[in-house]
Design a protein around this ligand. Structure first.
Ligand SMILES: C[S@@+](CC[C@H](N)C(=O)[O-])C[C@H]1O[C@@H](n2cnc3c(N)ncnc32)[C@H](O)[C@@H]1O
Length: 386
């Protein structure tokens, strides 16, 4: 098949609304900041769109293109990338292009046609089903005794589901040859700790041991009681301070959700010291940098208290991600949940790679820090690794 013919075939399939999902990879130029692109169809206000997800080294960006304009976007993508895997309703296609656009083509017909899911709000894709009764959700008051999600708990249910999606994505990074040790720092009422346990242990049948740690004695006792009642024998809850928690020599996954201020940094530092393969952390309020910020060139922004606070929070998370990148992780800042669900919506997702940082990375980190007058707590905690 010729290059032009292949492009026309792909465009025709997509314009005929046959696309289920596609991944486009192998940038032609090493310098291309976008490393991979994912495509999926979705309906926005009854209009068929193709969503393009651009995966940069550390961030994801999305663009929704009306179908009628999509052909041009796909042409551009083929100018930049050399590989495409596409699932259409009736066939799977793999395309590999040589530097000179010679096409290697593989196609496999499906036995039965797949159905295109155009849902934008993920409702139909929830990993925890809205119409199934989950004992832990009933005990935590998210579902009624009959297993219906309570009206006022819909946001919580959505948040739990989103978190389970991230857990599911992280599965490939967890060890397979030994029990998986997981810690949830600042677990509070522990919605996510229970969800994580339910998903990995009960639905996926993994050999895991999970600990939820929090300062609040009463809350922890209640969670421990629920775990006991549900027979969750590999889930324990401990009262304690993240900073004093030294009971482990190795942990595979560390989770924090809205652990206040530098409690998030303490948890990240612990995770790095244990060599955790997976870190999932949604930070909460950040006060540290807000008090340090002093950047002459940013005066017209920082003189507004509200902007300063938001800027400090964003800069703190960028610094956290960069430090993780410099100590052997691939860290991304991704959207945890829609802004209307909670404003605390940035998730730091880091997978251990062991990769050594470059001197340019150190240099740009140093410059950023100096520009802001920042003295990050996390850097201090991880000084020996940097
Ligand atoms: C906003 S709550 C979030 C709770 C839970 N992760 C959730 O998302 O539902 C933050 C929790 O972090 C706990 N916390 C804050 N600092 C801590 C520390 N140094 N050690 C242990 N827990 C801490 C608080 O007690 C509180 O329960």
């Amino acid at each position: 098949m010729e290059f032009q013919e292949m492009k026309e075939y792909m465009i025709e399939q997509i314009l005929n609304k046959q696309l289920i999902a596609a991944t486009i990879s192998q940038p032609r130029a090493k310098s291309n900041e976008v490393k991979r692109v994912k495509l999926k169809p979705l309906e926005i206000k009854n209009i068929y769109h193709i969503q393009i997800e651009f995966q940069y080294e550390r961030i994801l960006k999305h663009e929704n293109i009306p179908l009628k304009d999509f052909a041009e976007s796909l042409e551009n993508l083929f100018d930049q990338f050399r590989q495409m895997h596409a699932d259409f309703t009736t066939e799977k296609v793999q395309v590999q292009l040589s530097k000179k656009n010679k096409v290697m083509w593989k196609s496999e017909k499906m036995e039965s046609a797949k159905i295109v899911n155009l849902s934008h709000n993920r409702k139909k894709n929830y990993l925890l089903d809205e119409d199934t009764a989950y004992p832990f959700l009933i005990r935590l008051g998210v579902q009624t005794a009959e297993g219906k999600v309570k009206k006022q708990k819909h946001d919580k249910f959505k948040q739990i589901n989103r978190f389970v999606e991230f857990i599911d994505d992280a599965l490939a990074h967890l060890p397979k040859d030994k029990p998986v040790r997981i810690l949830d720092f600042g677990s509070g009422k522990s919605y996510l700790t229970f969800a994580l346990y339910h998903y990995l242990k009960i639905e996926k049948g993994l050999d895991i041991r999970v600990t939820g740690l929090d300062l609040k004695k009463e809350v922890i006792e209640e969670c421990a009681q629920i775990a006991d009642d549900l027979g969750y024998d590999q889930l324990e809850f401990l009262v304690g301070d993240i900073n004093d928690y030294n009971d482990e020599s190795a942990v595979d996954m560390v989770v924090t959700l809205h652990a206040c201020d530098v409690a998030t940094d303490m948890a990240l530092a612990r995770a790095v010291k244990w060599g955790a393969s997976v870190i999932l952390s949604v930070p909460c309020c950040q006060h540290e940098l807000n008090t340090q910020l002093n950047a002459l060139g940013l005066d017209i922004m920082l003189k507004h208290g509200l902007i300063k606070e938001r800027f400090a929070a964003l800069a703190t998370d960028s610094i956290r991600a960069e430090i993780l990148n410099m100590v052997g992780y691939e860290a991304q800042l991704v959207e945890f949940i829609d802004l209307e669900n909670t404003p605390k919506n940035i998730l730091i997702r880091a997978y251990k790679t062991g990769k050594k940082p470059t001197s340019e990375q150190f240099e740009s980190y140093k410059q950023f820090k100096q520009m802001l007058n920042a003295e990050p707590f996390l850097e201090n905690e991880l000084r020996e690794y940097l």
